[in-house]
Design a protein around this ligand. Structure first.
Ligand code: PBG
Ligand code: ZN
Length: 322
């Protein structure tokens, strides 16, 4: 007797019946870039994504909610930059203001996550404070904890440190708890590799390092155990959700982390992964819509509970998923 696996691939309905992976609106987290100026400014290297002022952000979020997108991740685009990144933890800063406004309007209907990192606020563009050309770990962590607290006070549901300093999760948890913010969750960028992955994002956030690179804090893409070890450390330090980034380059790590822990795992479908599809689609070399969806599905299949992706809104607008 010939074994015939094709029996279960015969019709769309049968294929749906045996499908193992689901991608739903609730799995998607839409990034936002908050700018000072009113209105919206398209980001050339991130097609379809704009920097938006607070009012424009609220309007866009309202539209996203109607589509079924309930979770957003906010990045500040700051014109005010300084060696110690003072504006990163200004309670009247752009991101806290945006969070307050969003939570006032949308309350519990919306999950507001905020990026916690210094690179958009330092004059040199590194994710931490620099002294003698070296990134200072503990000084940076103290500022990051302050930034997280300011976001929590503004009403953020989740703070998401992306800086990659050591001990930041414990420091942020302690600072939040010390001030009574027990209910603010931490999504840790637990595994984050350094490389060419983030170019379009840095255009969007104006956060490129002015000298050197990020290799003394982001992880070496040749390593797998390094990231898994760090992810477990983040859990011990109090992280509620672990993120793997860039997602598509690290499907192995998403999978291995899934086997190693019981916490929710997010992946980040990063800017270069998104923009590469858009560019190839423009050239007519790939079917961008289909390819984008297939990428998101593979992130889910590897074990991501949720995905940060620039394609979230488009996926729902174009009914790739519902
Ligand atoms: C800031 C940050 C970066 C991303 C998320 N947070 C850029 C970087 O580390 O240089 C990248 C996201 C993307 O490329 O979409 N620390
Ligand atoms: Zn950074």
């Amino acid at each position: 007797m010939l074994i015939r696996p094709r029996r279960l691939r015969r019709t769309p309905a049968i294929r749906d019946l045996v499908a193992e992976t689901d991608l739903r609106p609730r799995h998607l987290i839409q990034p936002y870039f908050i700018q000072q100026a009113v209105g919206a400014a398209q980001i050339e290297s991130l097609p379809g994504i704009a920097r938006t002022g607070i009012e424009e952000t609220c309007r866009q979020v309202e539209a996203d909610l109607k589509l079924g997108l309930k979770s957003i991740l906010l990045f500040g685009v700051s014109a005010a930059k300084s060696p110690l990144a003072e504006h990163s933890h200004d309670p009247e800063g752009l991101v806290p203001q945006a969070v307050k406004e969003l939570k006032k309007r949308f309350r519990q209907d919306l999950v507001v996550m905020t990026d916690v990192c210094l690179c958009a606020y330092t004059d040199h563009g590194h994710c931490g404070v620099v002294l003698d050309d070296e990134i200072q770990n503990d000084e940076s962590v103290a500022i990051l904890a302050e930034m997280a607290l300011v976001h929590a006070q503004a009403g953020a549901d989740v703070v998401a440190p992306s800086d990659m300093m050591d001990g930041r999760i414990a420091a942020i948890r302690a600072r939040l708890d010390g001030e009574g913010w027990h209910n603010t969750a931490i999504l840790s960028y637990a595994i984050k590799h350094g490389g060419a992955y983030y170019g379009p994002f840095r255009d969007a956030a104006d956060s490129s390092p002015k000298f050197g690179d990020r290799r003394t804090y982001q992880m070496d893409p040749r390593n797998a155990r390094e990231g898994l070890k760090d992810a477990l450390l983040d859990l011990e330090e109090g992280a509620d959700i672990l993120m793997v980034k860039p997602g598509l380059h690290n499907l192995d790590l998403i999978w291995r982390l899934r086997e190693m822990c019981l916490s929710p795992i997010s992946s980040y479908h990063v800017s270069s992964e998104y923009s590469a599809v858009k560019a190839a689609d423009r050239l007519g070399w790939v079917n961008g819509d289909q390819l984008m969806l297939e990428q998101l599905i593979s992130l889910r299949r590897a074990g991501s509970d949720m995905i940060v992706t620039y394609a979230g809104r488009e996926a729902l607008q174009k009914n790739w998923i519902s």
